[in-house]
Design a binder for this molecule. Structure first.
Ligand SMILES: Nc1ncnc2c1ncn2[C@@H]1O[C@H](COP(=O)(O)OP(=O)(O)O)[C@@H](O)[C@H]1O
Ligand SMILES: [Mg+2]
Length: 376
């Protein structure tokens, strides 16, 4: 169990205290921000919430409370976040949908951290998710030895959230088989979980709710039933459309990741970030930023999250094998990997982009072009 002492101050800056945990949950990473917000919070809190909706919004969008800086977590329209927070204060659950890498998981983690100080009650939806994982299972050794008893019951994260009046996160809900999704319907409408073996009815405490996420790319595989959809308010997280927003998101996250992974390199220059983001946006849209030239788009997803990892990998390369400053060779490998995933056609798309766009731009683009060219 980690102690309060090694709670990391996550300002993304150099001065942060390091802990040896690879990835701390948001409520520990941002504990000082959350404490400051809780101490200064004068607005009414819904029962079971640690912060008022306004304070949750401030935590997510960033700002200042007293002397404490609150770092922005989600970069985008505040209205989207307001709708998400307001939904969680009602008896409807929240469903965040969007393309991969649009911060659905990220936002849901921070919402849970701010609202109930616990982002770790989590069900990961997969094709193999079973109804037991949503309800409860048994410790079979105890069950066989003593028969069903509360001691032998192993509650699911949803079960625990109901009992504690907390938020539970349900990741990638549309990947679950539909009978599993259906098990959620009663839970969400009746707000009660029954354990027939023990004659037990676990009633949801105030504060309980569900934040689910779903990728638009997955839809259709196990499309949600209308009945289940009706229990959710759906909030769409958009792909950032303008380059400045995406550069801001990527630059901030790369800085934070570099410091939390203790990479021995300086964060990439804004110009490098901008170039990577521009390549991503142009390939994603199928045209150059100025709209003058049509391009082919690769088949895979080119998300903001991938732009972040291209630059993060660049930092690791520069730090361990280079000069400590991210250069174009450090970026080229990641860029190629992000654009060309499995489809060999994507390689042709990338080469076309290199020759028809990047090469012709010249200037600062030239060395990135050369570095990419070496690899294809
Ligand atoms: N609008 C945004 N604001 C802040 N971070 C973002 C934004 N879009 C993407 N990110 C970053 O992208 C990364 C991946 O997001 P994630 O939540 O895993 O995506 P998904 O939508 O697939 O669940 C996170 O590190 C997050 O910080
Ligand atoms: Mg996700």
């Amino acid at each position: 169990m980690a102690t309060k002492k090694d709670t990391q101050k996550a300002d993304g800056g150099e001065g942060s205290v390091k802990s040896d945990v690879l990835r701390e949950p948001a409520e520990r990473l941002y504990a000082s921000e959350l404490d400051a917000l809780a101490a200064a919070d004068k607005f009414e809190k819904p029962t079971g919430w640690r912060l008022s909706p306004k304070a949750v919004l401030l935590y997510i969008m960033g700002g200042k409370v007293g002397e404490t800086n609150i770092t922005p977590k989600y970069v985008g329209a505040p209205r989207i976040v307001e709708i998400a927070i307001a939904t969680l204060a009602t008896d409807r659950a929240l469903l965040l949908i969007g393309e991969p890498g649009t911060a659905k998981s990220w936002l849901s983690e921070h919402l849970a951290a701010a609202i109930c100080n616990d982002s770790q009650l989590l069900v990961q939806g997969t094709a193999g998710t079973t109804e037991e994982q949503i309800r409860y299972t048994w410790n079979y050794a105890l069950l066989l030895a003593e028969g069903p008893s509360p001691k032998a019951l192993v509650p699911s994260p949803i079960h625990r959230a109901l009992e504690a009046g907390k938020l539970v996160r349900f990741e990638e809900i549309t990947r679950c088989p539909s009978e599993v999704q259906d098990a959620l319907i009663t839970l969400l409408s009746e707000k009660v979980l029954t354990v027939p073996e023990l004659g037990l009815h676990v009633q949801a405490k105030r504060g309980f709710n569900v934040i689910a996420t779903a990728n638009t790319r997955d839809r259709g595989v196990n499309d949600m039933s209308a009945a289940l959809k009706r229990r959710f308010n759906i909030v769409v997280l958009p792909v950032p459309s303008d380059i400045d927003t995406e550069v801001a998101i990527v630059a901030r996250r790369v800085r934070e990741i570099g410091s939390s992974l203790q990479l021995p390199a300086a964060p990439p220059a804004e110009e490098a970030v901008r170039r990577v983001v521009q390549v991503f946006q142009e390939l994603r849209r199928g045209q150059t930023i100025d709209g003058k030239q049509k391009l082919k788009s690769p088949s895979g997803v080119l998300s903001t999250a991938e732009a972040i990892s291209v630059l993060g990998n660049g930092m690791a390369l520069a730090g361990h094998f280079g000069t400590g400053r991210v250069n174009d060779r450090d970026l080229a490998a990641g860029l190629l990997g992000a654009v060309v995933k499995e489809d060999s056609k994507d390689a042709a798309v990338f080469v076309e982009y290199l020759e028809n766009v990047m090469k012709k731009r010249g200037g600062a683009w030239e060395s990135l072009y050369m570095a990419c060219k070496e690899l294809v």
